[in-house]
Design a protein around this ligand. Structure first.
Ligand SMILES: [Zn+2]
Length: 272
């Protein structure tokens, strides 16, 4: 079973330490970008040109306060000006972005495609953090994701018909699911943000990857929903994180897709 996703990437030949340096630097810088955007986008604040400030005392932050992760550790998690504790969410988000970036570069080497993949991972982490707090996925994140996925589809050698079919398959499928759920339970099962997200990532989703993607997002989503209710966060829960993790796994490990499809095929074949 062949897939377009398995077309080999062509990395720049570079020593490993250089790869780690680039991945680490980019990961921390983008992690800092994600924390800033995750704060500003849902609050409809200006995205650029505004200097970051302490959310408690509103003192503008200097360069010293803005070194990702390290500032937090050096200041022991407190604002230098008002001593109010800073949420662990910020260094955690920066570390998560660092890990995503290193994973992408380990997998794809120093290449244009790795940069593209890191940009996609940035969107995925951003929508995860926002969805966890606000139970929404902002349109602008889905829009940027759609553009990046189209670029990646072009790098994979997809034709526009294939991208359109993939997008419509996931997007319309989820719209149908949302409608059925509404008729059945009378509540909104799948948010419109999730539907738009599926239209966006469907662009680059190969037909062979859909079953693995659905299995992963379903599995992670159910586990997350159980945890969410156990922790007492209420009935509505964000599905975005599960969708983001599942998509990242399919992109990073296309071998898993081949393995999963073969397993499913063998099980179904065994029945008859
Ligand atoms: Zn402060």
């Amino acid at each position: 079973m062949d897939s377009y996703l398995l077309i080999p990437f062509q990395p720049v030949i570079a020593p490993l330490w250089l790869g780690f340096l680039v991945a680490g630097f980019l990961g921390l810088a983008l992690g800092s970008f994600v924390t800033a955007m995750a704060y500003r986008l849902p609050r409809e604040m200006k995205v650029g040109a505004v200097r970051s400030a302490c959310t408690s005392c509103e003192h503008p932050l200097s360069f010293k306060d803005l070194v990702p992760f390290f500032s937090f550790m050096l200041q022991r998690g407190k604002c230098r000006y008002c001593q109010v504790s800073i949420s662990w969410r910020y260094p955690l988000t920066e570390l998560a972005m660092l890990c995503l970036s290193v994973m992408v570069f380990l997998r794809f080497g120093l290449s244009f495609d790795a940069l593209l993949m890191v940009a996609i991972a940035t969107c995925l982490l951003l929508l995860t953090v926002i969805d966890l707090e606000f139970l929404i996925i902002p349109d602008v994140v889905n829009l940027v994701l759609a553009v990046l996925c189209t670029l990646l589809g072009w790098r994979f050698g997809y034709g526009w018909e294939q991208m359109l079919i993939g997008s419509l398959a996931l997007g319309c499928g989820s719209l149908l699911l949302r409608w059925v759920f509404f008729l059945w339970k009378g509540v909104e099962g799948l948010g419109l943000g999730d539907v738009k997200y599926l239209f966006a990532v469907g662009v680059v989703m190969p037909v062979e990857g859909i079953s693995l993607f659905l299995m992963l997002s379903g599995g992670i989503g159910v586990a997350h929903a159980v945890l969410w209710q156990q922790l007492g966060y209420g009935k509505r829960f964000p599905f975005g994180p599960a969708l983001a993790i599942a998509f990242f796994i399919v992109l990073l490990l296309p071998e898993l897709m081949v393995y999963w499809n073969n397993t499913v095929y063998e099980i179904i074949y065994g029945w008859f």
